[in-house]
Write a protein that binds this ligand. Structure first.
Ligand code: ATP
Ligand code: MG
Length: 237
């Protein structure tokens, strides 16, 4: 589980609600092997977009998804996750990454996740550019601010726009959570209002959905035989 405080945190690419068709297709093509990656010097993926669209969640999912392309049995990939803050010592971080890049990877590649990569200063970004030239490395980066990312880093990366997903895209997940909570599912129109009231921010949508489940339970609106189905597809129809 990705997040101890959220049992509904996505654990696979399929769990992510994408707000952009193109992004969804590109990620699906990368993790299915249709789009060779890394390929021809392109070994980065930059997920960019507003707060609460699943960038960090997807960044943690991608190493395992990429490492298991073509594998019979899914094995958790080993990856280095760096949450960059204004206080991050960029020089020390790059030294660590250079050292780790030279080690033989456990899986197909050595994966680095840089969360909020725009917070690395320009001099550090310059060093990152040369680290990205190691052939056995893959870099997954997230940012709210793509304009702050150096063109050399962008040139070595797929740029994946992660905008807010609309209510229609959220409905299957919201309904699945409500079913899992054992309550009767309100109409799409009412659920769409809950999603819109959360301003399409995933963190708030899941929170509002759980609050709604509590309210429905208090009103006695529960399923006759409470289901614990793990199949969101079963309610998508
Ligand atoms: N697109 C999504 N599909 C499913 N769940 C999501 C999605 N986006 C976010 N979530 C849920 O919300 C939590 C917070 O999302 P996450 O931290 O990935 O957002 P973010 O885009 O990185 O936001 P920020 O820009 O503020 O860092 C996730 O752990 C997950 O539980
Ligand atoms: Mg994030």
């Amino acid at each position: 589980m990705l997040d101890k405080n959220n049992e509904y945190a996505p654990t696979t690419v399929q769990d992510i609600v994408f707000g952009d068709e193109k992004a969804q297709r590109l990620i699906a093509d990368i993790v299915s092997g249709v789009m060779p990656f890394p390929f021809a010097g392109l070994n980065g993926i930059i997920l960019f977009g507003p707060n609460g669209t699943g960038k960090s969640a997807l960044a943690r999912i991608l190493p395992t998804a990429i490492d298991n392309i073509g594998a019979q049995h899914l094995q958790e990939a080993d990856y280095n996750f760096y949450k960059i803050t204004a206080a991050t010592d960029g020089k020390e971080l790059i030294e660590k990454v250079v050292y780790q890049s030279q080690l033989v990877p456990m899986g197909r590649f050595r994966y680095f996740v840089f969360d909020e990569v725009d917070l690395l200063g320009p001099r550090i970004i310059e060093s990152l550019k040369s680290v990205m030239n190691y052939k056995t490395t893959v870099f997954i980066m997230t940012t709210n601010n793509i304009s702050k990312i150096d063109t050399a880093i962008k040139s070595r990366s797929h740029l994946v726009h992660m905008p807010f997903a609309d209510a229609e895209r959220w409905l299957p997940t919201v309904k699945w959570v409500l079913l899992d909570q054992g309550v009767t599912v309100p109409s799409d129109a009412n659920l769409s209002k809950v999603i819109a009231a959360s301003r399409f921010d995933a963190r708030k949508i899941i929170g509002s959905t759980l609050r709604l489940a509590n309210q429905l339970r208090a009103l006695g609106k529960v399923q006759q035989s409470a289901s614990n189905s793990n199949e969101p597809a079963s309610i998508a129809a």
